[in-house]
Write a protein that binds this ligand. Sequence first.
Ligand SMILES: Cc1cc2nc3c(=O)[nH]c(=O)nc-3n(C[C@H](O)[C@H](O)[C@H](O)COP(=O)(O)OP(=O)(O)OC[C@H]3O[C@@H](n4cnc5c(N)ncnc54)[C@H](O)[C@@H]3O)c2cc1C
Length: 161
Amino acid sequence: MKYKKMQQADFTFLENLVGKENLKIKDQIEEDLAHDELKTVFAYPEVHIIVTDKFQIMKIMAYANKQLIPVTVRGSGTGLVGACVPLYGGILLDTTKMNKIIELDKTNLTLRVEPGVLLMEISEYVEKENLFYAPDPGEKSATIGGNIATNAGGMRAVNTE
Ligand SMILES: Cc1cc2nc3c(=O)[nH]c(=O)nc-3n(C[C@H](O)[C@H](O)[C@H](O)COP(=O)(O)OP(=O)(O)OC[C@H]3O[C@@H](n4cnc5c(N)ncnc54)[C@H](O)[C@@H]3O)c2cc1C
């Protein structure tokens, strides 16, 4: 697949969608965003976009698809295999500001959240309701989006009694 090199027109279109404060290019992009926790791979995106709602994501994905711009989603960047590193450049789509807990359905034991909610926030929230969130990868600052995408687990799900 040959991806397009991004142009000023692309940055302008995307900036109009998310606002100036949520779009960074070139030397505005932090070095931390070019690698994950383990730093085995390193690559900068052409643009770092912080999304705040699902409608922005829909529009960005439709645009990127049409323009052949690669998109890499990033949560907290605590992954260990380079999956959140934008190897092909393009858009780094950052979901960390989509961090609202929307609804706890206590009857069905289901929590509806945005993807950027942190695991530590989920645990704290449900424990106040006398409930327990079992998945427990070692890094509590990971987002639920990254957790689900990597199927990250941990020891708390195993009952040894
Ligand atoms: C100290 C430490 C301990 C750890 N312990 C464990 C462990 O015990 N078990 C375990 O399984 N893992 C563990 N991990 C790995 C890591 O914490 C998990 O993979 C974590 O769930 C990744 O979440 P993140 O928000 O940091 O995602 P990122 O690292 O930002 O992204 C990881 C992947 O998820 C994708 N992604 C992120 N958000 C979204 C989204 N909203 N929609 C779609 N895709 C998305 C990214 O594109 C990328 O492919 C550990 C990491 C560290 C640093």
